[in-house]
Ligand binder design. Sequence first.
Ligand SMILES: Nc1nc2c(ncn2[C@@H]2O[C@H](COP(=O)(O)OP(=O)(O)OP(=O)(O)O)[C@@H](O)[C@H]2O)c(=O)[nH]1
Length: 883
Amino acid sequence: MSTSFRLFRRWAAPRLGASLLPVFAILLLAGMWGAMLYQVELERQVAHSKAVGQSQAQARALSDYVGNILRQAGHATHVFKLSYEQTGGAYPLAEFATRGGLLDSVLPVKLAIPMAVYDASGKLADSLNAPMPTSAASTPYFPILARSARDVNIVTSARTSPHGSAWQIQVARRLSRPDGSFAGVVVMVIEPSLFVDDYDRLDIDERSAVVLVSRAAGLSAGRLGESLFTSDTLEFNPVGPRGRRLAEVIPDETLDEVPRIYAASELGRDALVAVVGIPRDVALASFERQRLVYLAIALAGGALIIGVSVMLMKQSARLRASMCAAREAQAMLRGAVHGSLDAFMLLRAARGEDGQVVDFSIADINEIGAAILKRPREQLIGEKAFALLPRLAKTGLFDNYVKALETGQSHSEEFEIRLDGEAPIWIHHQVVPIEGGVAVTSRDITERKREEIEIRSSRNFLQSLINNLPLLIYVKSARLDNFGQILIWNQAAETVTGYRPDQVIGKRDAEAFPSGFGLTTPAEDLAMLDTPMVVDLPEKPVSRPDGTVRYLHTMSVPLFDADGHLEYILCIAEDVTRRREQDQNLREALAAHRESEARLRTIADALPAMIAYIDASETYRFHNAAFLRDFLGGRDMVGATVRATIGEQRYRVLEPYIRRALVGETVVFEEVDESGGRDIAYQITYIPQTGADGHTIVGFHVMRQDITSHKREKKQLMMLSQIDALTGLTNRAGFFQKLDAAMQNSTAKGALMAVMYMDIDHFKPVNDTYGHNTGDALLKAFSGRLTHTVRASDTVARLGGDEFTIVMENLSRNEDASAIAAKIVSAMQKPFKLGEVSVSVSTSIGLAFFQGGLLEPEELLKQADMLLYQAKQAGRNTFRAAI
Ligand SMILES: Nc1nc2c(ncn2[C@@H]2O[C@H](COP(=O)(O)OP(=O)(O)OP(=O)(O)O)[C@@H](O)[C@H]2O)c(=O)[nH]1
């Protein structure tokens, strides 16, 4: 096979494969459509033949009818001839054509066929149903009939009527005299329209064409729909070869818009041809329906074929793509496997009779794998792996392969193999399940493993050392390519700063700490680069991610490589936050203490009370400005004892109180200072002070308050509480106190006394009419008048509302009190001038007496109230006194 052919085949094969399906689909479509069109054409031809047959049947029916009419017309002329000749020529047409007459037995008279009788000279002798030519002498049939001695019937060819454009057929018969000589002719004139104007008779569609053609005359008459026509040009030509059974014809000029299938039927005589045309759509209706069904089936089938083909093409394109990819991948894999530094084997599972895997045969192996097994690759392929190396089964590899195969899970591990008599080796082993077996990759990693273990153990030691140191340790690179990058970050660094190693390691300060702090500043790091030496850095705040701040005291130490170049900056830091906080707290506590002391002194000095503090040894420790000024007479006694300050005599008075205070009792007592010429009352309070333990009394506070004015106000308040606020008279409480005192006095001395109880008559209307202010003004004016009417020693009181009482003591006689009552009643009758208004009221009074006894004040007042009630009952403006 030549190279160019091979190349061509490689190029053509996929393309051919890709185009087969669409070509097949197109062929299938074309075949389906071709078959469908062929079938449709066959059916069209059959339908057409049927339609022609139908038309011809109709045409035949028409020609039969025409022939029949013409025959009957010949018959009719014969019947007339017989009657005419029998009657010696005296037989009128009218009688011949009566309903039920001779004509009617041959041709229906209702056809009203025009008829005429001409005499021997050709002159019109009789006519019926239409005007007829007056002479027949010039007609072609007349000389023939005149000459002929026999009974002859002539049917003329179609010809145009002498009267108009319509054409007609004439049926003429010779009439003879009894001697046989020529008597004349009888003629029937038949219009072709008679044959064609009736669709019902033919039972055809209304759009059909019915035509009668006279070949001899070249005339035709027909009917299209509602219209009748005649023509002298229309001709129908046969379709196809002559002599065919089906006589399809086509008109040489279009009759109208309707396409039709025409067929002709010759009459056989008189050169007449009947033609019927059936509308094509009617004739082929069922074929057209069938054609639509075929079309629909073909379209649906076509769509199905296209759809399925497209789907299959897509599927096959995908399949080709994935096969291509698989082939490429396979090729790459094979390349990689053979070029790999790892040993690689494809093992096919070998199963025993029970279906269990008993061994694996080598399906493929690369050169390195073959080298490990110490056999050429070609020899190894097909060999049983574990039969070849039975000792490998002991390592558990066999079990691993079977497990990977059965679970479908890849498996990779690093393990140490100790085979008898050989140094242990480390293998990195990977088993991948594949169809019917496993793919195994192995790499000898003994060397790497050994180094790794060594490095790990020394690193672990260092790591644990660094991590367990309580100091923050972090190491930055000092190499120029990654200067400032943090390389080590120990546990204490994480705990103190809150940054985990993964957030910090490999980054520079600016990246690692978004909040902006640097454990050492870039300037400090650069300084280390310039002059590498141990530096004690100032304390610095660092913000943790949670927002709290820690203070670090850092020392940075340069670390050099073997060549003496600076390689790392080791930073060792101590968290000094707690110590700083303690210092700060102490400072703040001291300041707060001083501030609070000063504040307390300011407050104490501003207080009007005298305040001092005396300790358990009775020595003054503090006194405020008021105490210094008012109690100590301006001498500062802080540090002096109480006894020395106030003198022995006064100390004896105060000592019991001091003792009580020093055992924890709050002591309150009063003292009157009479030294300054006026009495000043003091209230003194000793408040014990407990020490830090909360119960030992370490001294007591003294508070000395001037309560002189307070006492005076209290007295005044007592007095005020017995006065009626509106009128200034004694109120209810004062009245009862006074009444009680007076009754006690009366009982003690046996003196006569009286209680007067009065009420303003009709006071409510005053309030209602003038308002409450005027009511109040009236109450005041009433009180004033009352006070002026009685003695100064009598007590006038307002019990409430408009009710008043008077206590009168030391009376000589009852009448004295009654007289005063009368005087009051009279005094209150005068109008009261209250601002703009003048108000007139009156008063009613109840008067009760007492001259010692066991009566209670309330009972005496009740007596007076009863009497007041009686006075009100008596019509008001009066008084009632007890007898
Ligand atoms: N303006 C004023 N009216 C008061 C005061 N206290 C009570 N009143 C009114 O005094 C009226 C007392 O009415 P009464 O004594 O019951 O009736 P009255 O119209 O005087 O009739 P009699 O006493 O039966 O003649 C009530 O309308 C109270 O609202 C007050 O302090 N000032």
